[in-house]
Design a protein around this ligand. Structure first.
Ligand code: ADE
Length: 325
């Protein structure tokens, strides 16, 4: 996702509302797995389940989270447009800390030595990357623009750090049984409202009118411009399905940890794909984040084993367990 978004900006794209719109605009794709899931459960259950299982309170909660996500997408795209990638990695550093704090406040997430270790290692990894960013201001960009980009990306981190635990809270508080189909319905509604929010931004900023001109001037050519836009939308849809799916199967903290663990992977891919320089910091960050990720996993497996030993095989989100778990 971030790599394709960067591809848009690197080669002459500069519409921020359009980029944020692309983060959720591919939501109709979710209809494919949803339909398959519906057909599957219709053939295995009688009476046949309803086509739409979401009830009004869940719909409203998903709509509110969708609008917050739309705002977050805008802040995120602002930062990516204005800052070098190494600086924008700061998002993830603070993002995980925000997720940890909100997960504690909203869903009373229980921390273990291993998850605290993972949060610390991943935060240090991202800070190591960000330390390199001091002299990174792109030529031709004013200090003011740079500072605005910095603040926007921090705000995006804080907001997304709130959105993930909020999602977990919605699953936990839901009066309905949360199945993976319902999770996909939530994603559909959430992405629809986020896209609506960004569409308004695009209309106000005349982005729709500019698209064809921007495509003609795009450095990689007109058709590749559209491939980048469509590719970006599809990538981000996977991102959201993954992010909220992990919350369903585990927790918002684990979702944040996976996002943070992928940050240096993105950096390394940036080196390979965009021929960016590979500084020592990137290697250090990669090792630290993999260590954090392994630490978290180790802690989870250990805890699971202990629970099983004590004859309590349940995980943290009993209400939202997949039906066949
Ligand atoms: N909108 C967003 N998309 C991807 N990663 C993010 N991190 C914080 N906000 C984000």
């Amino acid at each position: 996702g971030p790599l394709v978004m960067r591809l848009y900006f690197i080669h002459g794209g500069n519409r921020i509302w359009l980029s944020s719109f692309l983060e959720t605009a591919a939501f109709p794709l979710i209809l494919i797995p949803l339909t398959i899931s519906h057909l599957h459960s219709s053939s295995h259950h009688s009476p046949k389940p309803n086509l739409v299982s979401m009830k009004l309170p869940l719909f409203l909660a998903s709509a509110v989270i969708g609008i917050l996500t739309g705002l977050d997408d805008y802040l995120y795209a602002c930062g990516i447009a204005r800052l070098p990638v190494s600086t924008s990695s700061l998002i993830q550093a603070s993002h995980l800390a925000f997720t940890a704090v909100f997960a504690f406040l909203l869903v009373r997430h229980r921390f273990t030595v291993y998850s605290v270790n993972a949060v610390m290692l991943l935060t240090v990894a991202a800070v190591v990357l960000a330390l390199r960013s001091g002299g990174d201001r792109p030529s031709g960009e004013s200090t003011r623009q740079y500072v605005i980009g910095f603040l926007m990306i921090l705000a995006a981190a804080a907001l997304y750090g709130l959105v993930l635990p909020l999602m977990e809270l919605v699953y936990k508080r839901s009066k309905q049984r949360v199945t993976y189909s319902l999770v996909m319905e939530i994603q559909l509604v959430m992405c629809f409202f986020a896209t609506l929010f960004c569409t308004l931004g695009m209309l106000i900023n005349n982005d729709f009118k500019v698209i064809s001109r921007e495509a003609k001037d795009y450095e990689l050519g007109e058709s590749k411009y559209y491939v980048v836009l469509v590719g970006s939308a599809i990538m981000w849809q996977f991102f959201f399905l993954g992010a909220i799916g992990v919350i369903f199967c585990s927790s918002s903290l684990f979702s944040g940890i996976i996002i943070a663990a992928f940050l240096p992977v993105t950096e390394v891919l940036g080196v390979i794909v965009y021929k960016e320089k590979f500084e020592a910091e990137k290697g250090v960050a990669l090792v630290l984040s993999l260590w954090g990720f392994v630490s978290y996993f180790y802690g989870e497996i250990k805890e699971e084993r202990e629970k099983n030993k004590n004859g309590c095989p349940e995980t943290e989100l009993p209400q939202s367990l997949p039906p066949n778990a």
